[in-house]
Design a binder for this molecule. Structure first.
Ligand code: FES
Length: 107
């Protein structure tokens, strides 16, 4: 297996209702991770990109959060409709999607 050029981590953390930190699950991360996997299959870019669900990244209240390495770019408040832009512009086009990036004071 070739080493991927980009590795996407989609937070999949779920906390109980009423938890003070909230969670990306409460904000719809399952739909986002499903869309990443769907578009990953469509693009067949297995030699370039890896998509993984992960635990808490930190800024839970601003989720769903998606982290891309090697750049360490954090996208916050990601929706299903944002996934194509992240794939085409950043993962395959090498240009982070500025409008979706977490604010500098958050990450
Ligand atoms: S629960 Fe997703 S960043 Fe904390």
């Amino acid at each position: 297996m070739p080493r991927p050029q980009k590795h996407v981590f989609v937070c999949a953390t779920q906390r109980p209702p009423g938890h003070p930190r909230g969670s990306c699950a409460q904000k719809g991360c399952a739909e986002v991770s499903d869309e990443f996997m769907f578009q990953y299959q469509q693009r067949q870019c297995f030699d370039k990109v890896m998509v993984t669900t992960c635990g808490c990244i930190g800024p839970c209240g601003q989720g769903p959060n998606v982290l891309v390495y090697p750049e360490g770019v954090l996208y916050s408040g990601v929706s299903k409709d944002d996934v194509a832009a992240i794939f085409d512009e950043h993962l395959l086009g090498d240009q982070p999607v500025e409008r979706l990036r977490a604010p500098a004071d958050m990450w």
